[in-house]
Design a protein around this ligand. Sequence first.
Ligand code: HEM
Length: 433
Amino acid sequence: MTDLPRHGRSRVAQIAGIVRNAPDFLQRAAERCGDIVQLDVARGPVVLLTDPDATRTALADNKRFSKGFAPSAQIGHLGESPMRTILGDGLLTSRGERHRQRRRFIQPEFHPHRLGTYDEIIRSEADRMTSSWRDGAIIDVHATFAETTLRILTRTAFGTAVSDADAAMVRTSMDAATRWMAINAILVAFAPRLGHRQVLARRAALAGIDGLIGRLLAQPAETRNDLLFRLAAAGLSDGDLRAELLTLLLAGHETSTNALAWACHALAGQPGVLAAVNAEVEADPVEGPLLRAVVDETLRLYPPIWLMVRQTLSDVVLAGRRLPAGITILLSPYVLHRDRRWWSHPAEFDPYRWLTGPSGTHRTPVEARRAYLPFGAGPRACVAGAFAVNEIMIVLSRVLRDWHLRYAGAPARMLPRVTLRPRGEMRMRISRR
Ligand code: HEM
């Protein structure tokens, strides 16, 4: 199709690499082959792009690039990406005018000037979580944060907290619905029948969440003034409402959960940094520059959205190469954030790179202005980035103020699904400070 550098290994070897550890495979591909490389992992052409400026162009220019896989790389059977088939046409997956309209509607809810109004909910949910912790216990911090971020999201956006049983149900359903999803999106192109069955099974896995959404919608309207109420009042169809709620449930709590869990995990491996953050949290419970740096560094090393997908709508030139229309492009914050051309000692968790001195003010390092995209960029950038950072800072500061978290067993390993999660439980021993 093009004169692009090829990966060089056989198709089977490439697919095996993706199945084994997709972020690692992409990182190695970029290191070996350069800023733009053609992979043979789907029927249609798929290109990995890791040049920071070209990545930003692909994210910013929605005339020449569109979200999602090109039709040539999709499951022939469905003519639709798995994500869209499962979630419906919500903010995350919709395109064109429909997306613009929804975005205009939903964005103000998460605007920085509204954030203060959510602080009390976030604080109270963080305290509710830690009030059940027992000194010396071992907990799965990922599961614990998942419940808390879900309650924060449903209270702030939908005006009601979910019960513990519903939180557990959402976790199990999401888990079943997103298993293998990122990899599937590439692989099922070779086995459409299997792909179709899988997508239907995933959709079925969300039946419990559909029930929850029905109950959320049935709340008395006069008690509410939240996003859900405004969406319902705007006359959205049941299907559209379901899509928006499901999207917010999926996009709005897994991501923050992973960031919180990886932050605690990284701090447990860096006693010096942990002591300094603890001292800061005691003096300044929320706004401290080191705490903010810990969040930035966590999102660098463990970007919850580790992969974004775009397709070319017309012929384009990217990173000095010509690409025709209909190509799928993989953009990876994970690869960008660990590129040693832009980051010194990239595999190290070093929050101080975000500070001007040992206890200085927060800054954005030069390298980050180009090669740091935890929330994406352009018209499809995260609609709630500021909300998420605020939420993570508050929850983390409440935890660190009163508790020490240490590994209970071996450090966690990464599991790349739609989000970058820990593999299995993330078990940590908690003790009172
Ligand atoms: C640390 C937490 C989070 C991270 C790292 C994150 C990251 C991202 C990224 C990278 C995108 C762009 C995807 C793309 O361009 O393909 C995105 C989109 C989105 N995020 Fe987040 N997100 C986080 C938290 C949240 C929260 C808390 C919510 C909701 C309350 C949310 C809702 C969304 C939605 C609806 C979109 C789609 C926006 C659109 O297409 O217009 N995210 N997020």
